[in-house]
Design a protein around this ligand. Sequence first.
Ligand SMILES: [Zn+2]
Length: 44
Amino acid sequence: MVIDIQIKGEPVTMLSCSNCDRRWWQGLEGSLTLDAVLGIAADT
Ligand SMILES: [Zn+2]
């Protein structure tokens, strides 16, 4: 499953694998950790 969202104007794609229940994110500069995604969301 692929979900495109925007966090603070930054495009972030959330990908999830239904086989192994893994989730990860991709931003403009490559893959993001959950911490990085939360960091963008917290950044004002
Ligand atoms: Zn998988």
